[in-house]
Unconditional design. Structure first.
Length: 86
């Protein structure tokens, strides 16, 4: 996985973000005719916002602008997340 993330603090508690992710996907399936392998890269462009509980913890949601239900590795275009910094 390769990510590039940009963040902008609207206030001390609210942060917006823009993230581009490249996901490496490898799958293997057994079928009656043999084994089928898929190996490809999938892109995601995520736009989101989060609430900062403290300097070390935030919770938010991202929306995948490039989501297409038939081809996405994600189950939904909306991705909730929690970030804890050590």
């Amino acid at each position: 996985m390769v990510n590039v993330i940009g963040e902008y603090n609207l206030s001390r508690k609210i942060t917006t973000l823009l993230e581009f992710a490249e996901l490496k996907v490898n799958t293997k399936r057994e079928t009656p005719t043999g084994e089928v392998e898929n190996d490809f890269w999938k892109s995601a462009l995520l736009v989101g916002a989060c609430y900062n509980f403290s300097n070390k913890m935030l919770i938010g949601v991202k929306y995948n602008v490039l989501y297409y239900s038939d081809e996405s590795v994600y189950s939904s275009p909306i991705i909730p997340f929690i970030n804890i910094t050590f």
